[in-house]
Design a protein around this ligand. Structure first.
Ligand code: ZN
Length: 283
């Protein structure tokens, strides 16, 4: 048999094991990095006893008109993006890697479609949610099952201002204020911050560090309704790209639902031979 196929098959087996544990039902489960470092074939805990099977996964994806993704590689032992102690927080639009992986981020939180929660439960694709208080304050609870699946909760300010029009104190209030709300609601201080419209300056960078976050996360591609907008001229995904999408529904998407938009995005990623990895494993 072709060596590549054997390697792929082995990776798939490991990946299935990892997938089974990397979407903890409760937020206290150990992080996927710790689980995936366990050698294949080592004893499993009772929680791991029911392995996910490929036919189940295929059926879950088929429900949404999709094919399963290739499993992402094991998370790196050392995160490639880190804050230098005492230095400013890093500002990133992609992650340095040679793997054909991208990272999905979903912003604001205006649309709260229950079908999207079902979709994420079925697909088990990691996403990072950059949440704005003014968009979600009426229904923080919507995001709890999404966070419970292991998806990242990150900071996108209290009121979605253009931070470059605000002084340092006002920026700090926007950023630290949302850190506090998200910590209260989800139990963890967010580690990642995204400035609305991608607009930031050195005062933003200082405030993000002072408010206890560790990186400013921008993006390379922006998902629209059917199409992806690319920053680079070659209009292709590159390894490590961060993809931006929004919690938007038919009113903003010309009748397209959040789950249809998400399926369109996932097909773009798949068609280019990429799979989706967890941003928090890399930064
Ligand atoms: Zn936004």
């Amino acid at each position: 048999m072709d060596r590549k196929i054997v390697a792929w098959a082995a990776l798939t087996v490991v990946a299935l094991l990892v997938t089974g544990c990397s979407q903890p039902a409760d937020a206290d489960a150990p992080p996927p990095a710790a689980l995936s470092s366990k050698p294949a074939g080592s004893p499993t805990s009772p929680a791991d006893a029911k392995p996910s099977t490929a036919p189940d996964t295929a059926a879950a994806y088929r429900k949404w008109g999709l094919k399963p993704f290739a499993a992402p590689p094991a998370p790196p032992k050392v995160k490639p993006v880190k804050r230098t102690p005492g230095g400013p927080v890093p500002v990133i639009s992609d992650i340095p890697t040679n793997e054909k992986i991208v990272f999905i981020t979903i912003d604001d939180g205006a649309e709260k479609d229950p079908a999207f929660v079902r979709m994420m439960k079925d697909l088990k694709i990691p996403v990072t949610m950059f949440l704005t208080d003014s968009a979600i304050r009426t229904d923080y609870a919507y995001f709890e099952p999404l966070a419970g699946l292991g998806n990242g909760v990150a900071n996108h300010t209290l009121t979605h201002p253009n931070l470059r029009t605000l002084g340092a104190d006002a920026q700090r209030r926007e950023i630290c204020g949302q850190q506090t709300k998200l910590k209260e609601r989800f139990g963890k201080t967010p580690r990642l911050f995204r400035p609305p419209y991608g607009n930031w300056n050195e005062a933003t960078r200082a405030a993000v560090g002072q408010c206890g976050a560790e990186a400013i996360v921008l993006w390379r591609e922006s998902m629209q309704i059917k199409n992806m907008q690319y920053q680079r001229g070659d209009k292709k995904l590159h390894p490590g790209d961060i993809v931006l999408a929004h919690f938007r529904g038919p009113a903003e998407l010309k009748g397209t639902t959040m789950t249809q938009m998400t399926a369109n995005m996932l097909r773009h990623i798949q068609e280019q031979g990429f799979t989706v990895a967890r941003l928090e494993d890399y930064v």
